[in-house]
Design a protein around this ligand. Structure first.
Ligand code: GN1
Ligand code: CA
Ligand code: CA
Length: 127
């Protein structure tokens, strides 16, 4: 798919834009909210692919997704609390390694891993 803008990807009605910097999850959430968006919630393979292209292009490592299992361990939900309609976990994930992985990162290859929320990851927002 053609890259129309350097720092954005549009897919369906959704646009992903990268902030190009790294933040812990809570600050990343605030950055997106302040901009009128939210952290990315890829809900199908096309959205996941569009986001993956942006993560890969940025070349700053993995990016945070919106979803957490902070409410109930092992049950990942969107910011509104709904359960996932789509996932692209790396094999063996989510594993809640160390008992403290309640956020989700997308690797540059598009696969997901649960990860501690306090770690700094690339900030991309969806609008
Ligand atoms: C890392 O370090 P280890 O193997 O316990 C990672 C996990 C991954 C795992 C994949 C903090 O865990 O999220 O699931 O590798 N956690 C950290 O093998 O690096
Ligand atoms: Ca967890
Ligand atoms: Ca993990």
């Amino acid at each position: 798919k053609m890259e129309l803008f350097l720092h954005g990807q549009s897919v369906g009605q959704k646009v992903f834009k990268t902030a190009s910097f790294l933040k812990p999850f809570q600050e990343a959430q605030q950055v997106c909210a302040q901009a009128g968006g939210q952290l990315p919630s890829p809900r199908n393979a096309a959205e996941n692919e569009a986001l993956q292209q942006l993560v890969e292009f940025e070349n700053k490592g993995a990016a945070f997704l919106s979803m957490t299992d902070s409410q109930t361990e092992g049950r990942f939900t969107y910011p509104g609390g709904e359960p996932l309609v789509y996932s692209n976990w790396n094999p063996g994930e989510p594993n809640n390694s160390g008992g403290n992985e309640h956020c989700v990162e997308m690797y540059t290859n598009g696969k997901w891993n649960d990860r501690p929320c306090g770690e700094k990851r690339l900030v991309i927002c969806e609008f």
